[in-house]
Design a binder for this molecule. Sequence first.
Ligand SMILES: *[C@@H]1O[C@H](CO)[C@@H](O)[C@H](O)[C@H]1NC(C)=O
Ligand SMILES: *[C@@H]1O[C@H](CO)[C@@H](O)[C@H](O)[C@H]1NC(C)=O
Length: 824
Amino acid sequence: MARQRRLQGQSDTKLDKGTNSSSSNGSNSTNNKSMKTTSLLSYWKQIIGCIVLGIAVSLGYMGYLETRVNTPFDDKKMVVRSGLEVSEQFWGSYRPGLYFGFKTRDPASLVTGLMWYFPKRLRPGGDGIRHWCEQGDGLEKYGWLQHDGHSFGVQQIIDGAHVFDTSFVKRLGGAHGGDWTARISVDLKPNLKDSRTQNEEISLLWYTALDEETKGHISLTNSATKLTGIKGATSGLGEFTIKLTNHSGVVLHESYLSTVAPGLHLLKETVVASLRLAQDKPTAPRRIVLAGELLPEAGIEKAEPNFVAIQLTGKVPFTLDVVFESGSFGTRQDTLVGETYTKALAWHQARFTQRFEDTFGLQKRGYGPKEIGFAQAALSNMVGGIGYFFGTSKVQSFYTKEPVHYWRAPLYTAVPSRSFFPRGFLWDEGFHGFLISTWDLDLELDIISHWFDLMNVEGWIPREQILGVEALAKIPEEFVVQRNTNANPPTFFLTLQYILRKYYDKLSEGRLATLERLYPRLQAWFAWFNTTQKGSVPGSYRWRGRDPLTNRELNPKTLTSGLDDYPRASHPTENEYHIDLYCWIAIAADTLAKLANLLDRDGYKYEQTAEYLKDNVLMDNLHWSNYASRYSDYGYHTDSVKLKRPKPLPRSQNQNLEMIRVTLKNPEYRLVDSTFGYVSLFPFLLQLVDPDSLKLGQILDDLRNPDLIWTKYGLRSLSKNSPLYMKRNTEHDPPYWRGQIWININFLAVRSLHYYANTEGPYREKSEKIYQELRANIINNVMSQYFKTGYLWEQYNDETGEGSGCRPFTGWTALTVMLMGEHY
Ligand SMILES: *[C@@H]1O[C@H](CO)[C@@H](O)[C@H](O)[C@H]1NC(C)=O
Ligand SMILES: *[C@@H]1O[C@H](CO)[C@@H](O)[C@H](O)[C@H]1NC(C)=O
């Protein structure tokens, strides 16, 4: 994860400004004589002609280079079935950035969802209306408790004194993805029920909206005086109705809004602008209502609404059923509402519980109901957080003057955090793949397929995917552009390694066909890494994207590595090289070789590269420090740097200049071996260290050392005695990967301990012992923080174990479930 993303330095790539015009100066001379006979005029004509041709060729060539960054990889598409061809996956909770909302896997989907507020606590500007998952809402807890990624989900939300249970069940039928029903129950917290003196009013808004791409229409259905719901038709959904009924509780009043919203990112603002005060009779209480029809007149005809919302205000406790019915579902026996819904939901829940136990075996391992509840929630937020996005990234290459648009494309992906990072991240997704493939292999293959369709002709995949207005609205403009010089750890190779190891026997024909289509893309991806991220010394690799010119940062960040501010060489140069990237490439080659073998392709060169890089002699020569006895990066480095506030100039207005970095001792080329932490562990984390290497023994000792990275809560990212342990990178950037405990790397560590504990060698027992300890520490802390705070967190404090960073973070932190079930 990268919280503070900055535009990348553009100056760090040696560019091959390849021109294909080579001119030879000296002429060799069999033609000399005839040259002389050429008239001066035609001589000049020729020259001018050559120049014009040269310019045209090079313009054409430049034009060609300019378009490469956003030209799709030219081969069979990965996603072969989409939209209604996969009708069971058409509808879903594919808007993870919302507390509760649905859309379809259709580029131009209708969207629908919930907003709510307590009228008594609504403040000017709409403060108090809940819609998008915002940390600022300060909810005590929210997240899926159960969700199977297909057909149902159960979520709990705690907002102040109130508990919201939101759930949905899908029912297939007809030609447009079938029906679903969503239920929202609001009640006081159990411990407040006795003291209940008044039933507070709650307003629930259910809306549907179309974006400009969606062909179709929506409107209200009126039955006599009561509003009952919304009806409409779109190209993807055919005709449909949405009916609202109160399953229990009394509706005090209802109102609606039918209007034109300026965009899907402004739905809440549109609601806020339309709220009014109304009174039934002079003596009646004044109520906050929606304004009704607010349609601009376009000429004589009124514009068509693209946003219809119904507000029901009731007294807590209150339960609302929202029933979506598809017009083409002709064989429907009964409506999925009321008791029918209650039963259907219970059936799904029981099935889920069984499948969860079959998959992870937690009961079998002695976990109790509360712990299993935690694990179910972690998994459910991962699969319930899967979104469907459609749009274009903005990308830039050396050859494009300005950022340009990537092609418009869908992305089906899990997200790291529903509040803070509700979009796709390349290296996170490889980690997510461990859990998702364990739960549902085909779901994971579908996700991988979508990601690899985003590969361009160069073999590059942008690392952060900001597709569509809802995603874009969550990120500052300056962080949007993705550069094609920049990598991100190719973690999908790890997912594939896991799938090949674990599900080799389950690779049916259909799954193999997916891997067949994937193979050429993986080859291109590998080639892109192996060439563009090459280091200056044979066998070495270097992350691009570090800023060599900045004097703001204590240690220029390496966002591309995924480990943002983890300290590297203090002065970035083209001669540095990075041990983590070396390991990623080794694993990539190895996995590709295994896949080639499975698919009966010629994987010889991948085998060769894997063998070459896995050779511990090469790795040790490049990266092992005999002095510090650890693996390290290499580069132009000094530890003697610090942030200092410059002295203001005399009589200067600005007395408070930003701190800058000062270098107290000249850097020199060396291993960066005073630093110890996650990066030093990579040869172990990716299982490249030979099981009988003495270095493995050293790594295990260092890993278990509380003075270095061992804590009761997991491994801290940077050892306490590293020079930049918990140091700020600028005065505005607090430490991020400089001590905090991250679960993705801890997962890799546990997985490796398990591997070395089960592999012949002198360190089996030691590995086994540490394996048990580390596994227990992580599970206990993530779980106890969840019970204490209601959330899984982005990272954990290495002194106290407390959650920090953003929340909920049910991306890779949810890998805790893998540790509980011992799936590696
Ligand atoms: C809502 O539900 C309750 C109980 O289920 C019922 O008594 C009431 O009439 C319903 N309708 C409205 C509009 O409140
Ligand atoms: C990767 O790059 C190295 C060095 O440039 C080269 O020798 C090797 O053959 C490449 N591997 C593959 C599989 O292309």
